[in-house]
Ligand binder design. Structure first.
Ligand code: CA
Length: 229
């Protein structure tokens, strides 16, 4: 039995699809390419891939509609490819349920890194995951004990701050939208304003930034969200 994880690539441009296939194969993933939007959902239902890379502009059904409809039956991680960077913010705001967004032209390595990140995150959210600690640079959290250590010293976080930090630590370097952070910190998916997230983030940043750090580890990305770096 193969234990390789499968990535389904829904992309109508053969060259782009092939680059993704090449790089993902090198990293040990199985791949399948679908070129037409109308075939994507059937493929997801039959293959049950571990991750989907989904182009926005497709012949037939477009990427956004596919994403929205897939979420009715599957929580498979979806990485959306878009042609315009300014589109990402708008798409995130619409809340179609994609896990990450990558702008074309992209570096294939970057896409592979995103795939690895969403798969790591997906495995963390399964109850069988053994590891309960997440670390990045001087920050470590224990997700079972709800403990946070900064440079080895325990720091008190509120439950919301802890959940925000947990989301950021599960994908260091990736920009998380305020929407996705919101969903990760409120179980009931209540809608809070961006300002609420911003003020939690400000408090969190004050708690996890080292006094002598040249740049804060928690950074805001204008118009998009937040990242750890
Ligand atoms: Ca396309």
């Amino acid at each position: 039995m193969s234990t390789k994880q499968q990535v389904l690539i829904v992309e109508d441009e053969p060259k782009i699809a092939q680059i993704l296939v090449d790089f993902l194969t090198l990293e040990g993933y199985l791949t399948r390419v679908i070129h037409h939007g109308d075939e994507a959902e059937a493929a997801i239902k039959s293959d049950m891939p571990d991750c989907v890379i989904l182009d926005l502009m497709l012949p037939g059904k477009d990427g956004l509609s596919i994403c929205k409809d897939v979420r009715k039956f599957s929580q498979v991680p979806i990485i959306m490819l878009t042609a315009r960077v300014d589109e990402i913010d708008r798409l995130m705001g619409l809340g179609f349920g994609a896990d990450d967004y990558v702008c074309k032209p992209f570096s294939p390595r970057e896409v592979v890194a995103r795939v690895q990140a969403v798969l790591r995150r997906a495995s963390l959210s399964t109850p069988s995951a053994h590891s309960t600690t997440l670390s990045f640079k001087h920050i470590t959290i224990d997700t079972e004990r709800f403990e946070c250590k900064v440079n080895g010293t325990t720091v008190e976080l509120t439950p919301v701050e802890f959940r925000l930090l947990r989301s950021l630590l599960s994908r260091p370097g990736a920009v998380l939208s305020r929407e996705s952070l919101m969903h990760s910190c409120y179980d009931d998916s209540r809608i809070v304003s961006h300002r609420t997230i911003d003020s939690h983030m400000k408090n969190l940043r004050n708690k996890i930034t080292l006094a002598d750090d040249p740049q804060p580890i928690l950074q805001s990305v204008y118009g998009v969200g937040y990242k750890l770096m």
